[in-house]
Design a protein around this ligand. Structure first.
Ligand SMILES: [Zn+2]
Length: 409
């Protein structure tokens, strides 16, 4: 008997969560529309909507069409029931955004200063508190926080294994430390995974698999398969930057040689440009950089002006990325491959080069989409916010406790 009581409770909990998610994904919807999608009776739907409305999680918004009789009430999520924090730790510093459950950004705080393992917890705390304050919110209004970090991230234990980003190879126990400071749950994820998830959810809802390649100060990325982040046994499944493409190439931070990152990241490109300028001092790259050090912007601008050195640099970079894409295809065969980061300044020529390269192999596919990222401002922070907002609608989170002050109730 005990067993069936437990199961009934579980079924009720599951129905409540499914009902909430239907309203999130299809709202505004009527009770009976939601019920039809879930195969639930009108009495159950009435009970569920009453329960969720009492908690303040959903609200009534206007009336739907009637097939005779009274017009039914439309339901939607109370998007400001609670808020989430999305944070990014990178070489440039710490950024934290506050979002409502619909991913509308309330505030963003960017602290630009290199991170070191010693002060990392202090910097995270400071940035999160400032972001909450800027939105006029307190800790009690926050449902959860997602921290995106570069390098190797142990998502299950919420530790980040030190990388060049934090000038250490030590394990940083982020979860353990922050648990003593904040009362809300914390998720840690590699930011390549967060970008991949955000791109997939926002722009490719119909596709099931997507790979994201981010080329900036390093090369990272993420793989989504069946709408889930692919992590592998040790969180190494999407370490795209450490694919070997030159067996005897230059030494990488990871200990291997000839990784994609050490050959094709923006710093690697800038280094090649500096060497190239020694023999081609008349290049437009120098002219566009002016008094400043050579930048990816100057190289891309010179490339668009058909500068010879910039074209040589582009050819090599496009070749490296073409091989990276090919390696991803033979490993994961995703429906969509997205490229993000400053490398996209080269424009469509980069995508054309990759397509031409693939056309000469047997791995080409007419249906595969290869495109630049459509994520707009602060894509990594937005990805972290999206992950946190998604987490809110998972498992026991919505009824974990009563959030206070979260919106119009
Ligand atoms: Zn490497």
């Amino acid at each position: 008997m005990k067993q069936s009581g437990f199961s009934l409770h579980k079924v009720k909990e599951q129905n409540r969560l499914s009902f909430l998610r239907i309203i999130r994904d299809y709202g505004p919807v009527t009770r009976s529309q939601a019920g039809q999608m879930l195969g639930l009776s009108s009495t159950t739907c009435m009970e569920l909507s009453r329960n969720l409305a009492t908690r303040g999680l959903i609200r009534e918004t206007g009336q739907g069409d009637s097939s005779g009789g009274r017009r039914p009430t439309l339901l939607e999520i109370n998007w400001e029931y609670s808020f989430v924090l999305g944070m990014i730790l990178s070489q440039e510093g710490v950024s934290c955004g506050v979002y409502d459950l619909k991913l509308n950004r309330k505030s963003i705080v960017v602290h630009r200063a290199a991170l070191t393992d010693k002060y990392i917890i202090h910097r995270i705390t400071e940035c999160a508190r400032e972001a909450m304050e800027k939105s006029g919110l307190a800790e009690k209004n926050i449902a959860c926080m997602t921290i995106g970090a570069g390098g190797i991230v142990d998502a299950a234990k919420a530790n980040v294994i030190g990388t060049t980003h934090f000038h250490t190879r030590k394990i940083i126990h982020i979860h353990e430390e922050l648990d003593k400071i904040f009362s809300f749950p914390l998720y840690l994820e590699n930011y390549g995974n967060l970008l991949a998830l955000a791109e997939k959810k926002l722009f490719y809802p119909q596709q099931h698999s997507l790979a994201f390649i981010q080329v900036d100060t390093g090369i990272g990325g993420g793989i989504i398969y069946n709408n889930e982040i692919v992590r592998g046994a040790n969180g190494l499944a999407a370490e795209i930057g450490h694919m070997t493409i030159e067996r005897n190439g230059p030494l990488c931070f990871c200990g291997n040689r000839g990784c994609v990152e050490v050959l094709g990241s923006i710093p690697a490109l800038l280094q090649k440009a500096a060497i190239g300028l020694l023999t081609q001092p008349g290049s437009l790259i120098k002219q566009y950089a002016g008094e400043n050090p050579v930048s990816i912007e100057a190289i891309a601008e010179a490339f668009h002006a058909q500068d010879r050195l910039a074209e040589q640099l582009f050819e090599e970079e496009a070749d490296i990325l073409s091989h990276t894409v090919l390696n991803i295809i033979v490993n994961h065969d995703p429906e969509v491959i997205v490229i993000g980061g400053d490398i996209t300044l080269f424009g469509e020529s980069l995508l054309e080069h990759i397509h031409e390269f693939l056309a000469n192999t047997i791995f080409n596919s007419e249906t595969r989409i290869i495109s630049f990222s459509q994520l707009a401002e602060d894509p990594r922070v937005c990805g972290a916010g999206l992950y946190a907002a998604e987490s809110f609608f998972s498992e026991a989170m919505p009824w974990r406790r009563q959030y206070t002050g979260g919106g119009r109730r």
